[in-house]
Write a protein that binds this ligand. Sequence first.
Ligand SMILES: Cc1ncc(COP(=O)(O)O)c(C=O)c1O
Length: 456
Amino acid sequence: MANNTRFLLGENDIPKFWYNINADNPVAPDPVFNPVSKEPVTPDFLNVLFPMDLIMQEISTERYIPIPDEVRDIYKLWRPTPLLRAARLEKALGTPAHIYYKYEGVSPSGSHKSNTAIPQAFYNKISGTKAMTTETGAGQWGSALSMACKFYDLPLEVYIVKVSYDQKPYRRFLMETYGAQVFASPTHFTHAGKSILEKDPNSPGSLGIAISEAVEVAATSNGAKKYGLGSVLNHVLLHQTVIGQESIKQMEMADEYPDVVIGCVGGGSNFAGIAFPFLYKNLKEGQRTRLLAVEPKAAPSLTKGIFAFDYGDTAQMAPIVKMYTLGHDFIPPEIHAGGLRYHGMAPTLSSLFDQGLVEAVSVYQKPVFEAALLFTNTEGILPAPESSHAIRVAIDEALKAKETGEKKVILFNLSGHGNFDLSAYHAFQSGSLEDYDYPEEEISKIKSRLPEINLA
Ligand SMILES: Cc1ncc(COP(=O)(O)O)c(C=O)c1O
């Protein structure tokens, strides 16, 4: 089996547990604060936004959390996902490295986001939630939750960042086809949206603003509506660990073990999903796999941000967490990887990066699209612009191996397909894409814009 191209598991191999890194992180999680009182949050406060089962997962330090049978049954629609050897890409690069990728784009909505959308809708349904709200950057998370809410008969409102609403009309049509209501954020009908539009009527929006709108609608619904987040939070990262658990089995089938595991990072969930089960092996079984997170130079929270307490959203309504952040009012440049434009990074991933257990690198969007095209033209799949950040760095690692002659084993997460991102590919091929750096003068201002938290 070692020389196969595809490494496939059966339905019985769908993991029965999610792996919780908070059982093994050498540093205890930091407290989370109420954005108004600045006091530590209680489960009751969080219950305004989330059902209790998800809050319990959020704060759990149990290593393994059982996946309900009802969720595993729906996972069967696309899980286990395939792991492939990118032999044609290796050949095109002339590298001695072996490149493998875990393909999450086979999920019905097109990305890894369905792995958490299903359990989030499930726990909301069984706790009596009547409807859900959410934000979406690129539309992948919104599509996944729209599908999940349809399966559980829950109405859903999606606040999509305006620039993506304009760039990707077909994502909106997909969400509407699953029955969701979709609004371009900022809107005129939330306080958060109105106050942004008063300052800038042409605001392109940001994930931070869209989160504020979705949180406001849920928080003012007298308990009828709850909010779902597609990344950043512990329970979201937890749900994604099915990716890494399956990958470990599939790498065994290939008779190899990765020297480096690579994933793109927006809020950190697909990277955590593939990397945390391998991190467990580093921490507990003496493995030494490098875990490499890739972010855009236009929104470089890990590589240029600061590790501090900050609001999860722009209007300062979401809880304050300790994370690598560019500041909650950060409005990112209009790059095409809409899902990588968040101002912060998951607190757990931030903590692991701070301890040096995870590495990070940032890349420009044009070399990312070059890598995506090479991948499409060798492996056939059109990758999402977000996932293509991981492809860029996988190729860079393979080219380094070519220079040194090392037979390195590289595994990356192909978090989604790019079939709705063709306008971005067209922009790249017609030469109209630009590279952006996050301006240095903005970095020096981050500290002055953060909330003051008293840890005593
Ligand atoms: C295909 C894809 N990959 C990655 C991401 C980034 O999110 P995360 O860091 O939570 O995986 C997104 C976000 O929208 C996405 O759509």
